[in-house]
Design a protein around this ligand. Sequence first.
Ligand SMILES: *Cc1c(COP(=O)(O)O)cnc(C)c1O
Length: 353
Amino acid sequence: MEKYWSDLVKQLRPYEPGEQPWMDGVLKLNTNENPFGPSPKVLSAIEGQLGNQLRLYPPPNADLLKQAIADYYGLKDSQIFLGNGSDEILAHVFNGLLKKALPLLFPDITYSFYPVFCQLYDIDFEEIPLKDDLSIDLTDYEVPNGGIIFPNPNAPTGRLLAIGEIEYLLKANRHSVVVIDEAYIDFGGQSSIGLLTDNPNLIVTQTMSKSRSMAGMRIGFALGSADLIEGLERVKNSFNSYPLGHLQIAAGISAIEDSDHFKDTCQRVIHNRAKLTIDLEELGFSVVPSAGNFVLVRHFRASALKIYGQLKNNGILVRHFNKQRLDNFLRITVGTTEQNDQLVTALATILRS
Ligand SMILES: *Cc1c(COP(=O)(O)O)cnc(C)c1O
């Protein structure tokens, strides 16, 4: 009952994730899951964990997974932080590194979890409007701030910033933490990981949910200077010592090791994104150039909410955001060739009627 809630909880407006229907036969193009699935090696690694050792707590620092990620990206294991999905990592980053006297800066159109974390942790923030073409202009961020965060490529626009622009921002902003949320970087962007050496105030967050096709495993990681990572470890160890279980640790190590499967499936997403973009443009959609595994589209004539509803009636879920500047767009996850064809065929019928 509400009367037992704290004042904070009474005011919370939680993040609303995309629908996860339990029925079979729904084509889910609404939460940017990867259609190609994890490496087969991940599945056997998980099976290898299904024994009596599940009675034991997992290693609290998941050292072997840290080491695997550090080796893969050419960093030290003291530069890696792990979490139960990158959402949990972001929560610790907001709490531990972005709660300052000056406001945190992020774009007005971006990952809608950011303002929720600000509310949860009572962090002052300022939303910087995207340009009319939905791009981020980093010169807008050269103002006093308590931190800066944005995804690259941005979500839900898909627009990518070049590494040189991020480097410039880091040079202009030495006094607070800059977080680059790279949930989608593996689908064609250049990672900011290479900027870590010269920028001790940079944190890069990544996830195994999208490019490594393991949204159901909840594995996220952050990369940064040993100092920043130590700060995050202090928050984590004041919250939950064991965010990753045995199954997650084994799955994560295998996913990092099978770089062939990873690169091959990312390449397929990139290929399918290009084809889907052309098909949608032929139907009269304008498509924001995307470096993610999704496209943000708007039709020159038909309303986005109507198309969303009609697709849903056809068993196809896409994402509609009930938010200013976005409510005439749809965000569509890139699927397999067959899934994208099913979507395009359904859209052609809807738009003809
Ligand atoms: C999906 C997503 C995340 C969170 O991913 P997890 O599944 O929690 O690892 C973080 N940031 C952005 C921009 C995302 O789209």
